[in-house]
Design a protein around this ligand. Structure first.
Ligand SMILES: [Zn+2]
Length: 290
């Protein structure tokens, strides 16, 4: 999965006093969800500018976000996609691109793919928390925790993390898994999924989403694994469960264009192994689900 970077390690301890050094990586995000970097389609390598590659940017303007192994990552949100601040030798090869491009293939190092995803979530959050939603004053960075604080009314805003469930519904008797395809967006096979709503537990989200999307009742709901998914500020929580009662699918045509019971040999996996959904389909397909 995208976060599986072992033996590398993400250190997300909040440290607002940390200052960039020459080798610090700077992730420049434009307000248009685009990230500055270089993708080499020959070597499949990703590179991002380091502090030594940029000119006329004061260290105080950079926001320290996290460290992976010994590399510190800083964030800089820019209004324009002008790259004049880059060393002249890099201006032709580095460009602002849709940040999803950085996971459109297997680029290396994988830690940078994960860094781009996680940084995107923070960048989006910093962009929408510039001002206090209560009184409209300009927020400031907290000195003690990853939060924005309103100096006028004291309102505290933490990074938004949306819980959502991914559900592997199994027909134990037939040995089949329920696969779906979303009506819009991602075109490959997926599982039933949805956001947790106010006032419900994760298990209740599972039951409700399965009923809403495919009209089935489920039982024996058990946790599998979780996954941070920065593209939607999600924490995805994977569950397997078994259908009970009627097996006949009543598909929600507003959300799905396809829903079907498939045997392991019929399951076609996603082209990349980044998602929790893909891993859940894979463990069922390969008989590794315990
Ligand atoms: Zn305020």
């Amino acid at each position: 999965m995208i976060q599986d970077i072992s033996p590398s390690h993400l250190n997300n301890h909040y440290d607002p006093a940390k200052s960039a050094d020459d080798n610090s990586i700077i992730l420049f995000f434009s307000g248009k969800k685009r990230l500055l970097g270089r993708l080499d389609n020959g070597t499949q390598e990703i590179s991002f500018p380091r502090y030594k590659d940029v000119r006329n940017i004061e260290k105080e303007k950079l926001t320290y976000i996290f460290t992976i192994d010994s590399e510190d990552f800083f964030l800089m949100i820019t209004d324009s996609e002008n790259t004049d601040f880059l060393d002249a030798s890099m201006q032709s090869s580095y460009e602002f691109r849709d940040f999803r491009d950085f996971r459109s293939s297997y680029y290396y190092p994988k830690t940078y793919v994960y860094a781009a995803f996680t940084a995107y979530q923070l960048a989006e959050w910093y962009i929408v928390t510039k001002f206090c939603g209560k009184c409209g004053a300009k927020n400031e960075h907290s000195k003690t925790e990853r939060a924005m604080i309103c100096p006028k009314c004291g309102n505290i805003i933490y990074p938004r993390i949306n819980p959502a469930v991914i559900i592997g519904v199994i027909d134990k008797e037939a040995g089949k898994l329920l696969l779906t395809r979303y009506k819009v967006g991602f075109g490959h096979n997926a599982l039933v999924a949805g956001f947790t709503e106010i006032g419900e537990t994760l298990e209740e989200t599972v039951s409700r989403e399965v009923m809403e999307e495919v009209g089935l009742n489920v039982t024996n709901i058990r946790y599998y694994k979780s996954q941070p998914w920065g593209i939607a500020s999600d924490i995805l929580v994977g569950f397997f469960c078994e259908v009970t009662g009627n097996r006949e699918i009543t598909m929600d045509n507003n959300e799905l264009k396809y829903a079907s019971w498939l045997s392991p040999e019929e399951i076609e996996l996603q082209p990349l192994e980044y998602s929790l959904t893909n891993e859940m389909m894979k463990v069922f397909k390969e008989g590794d689900l315990r």
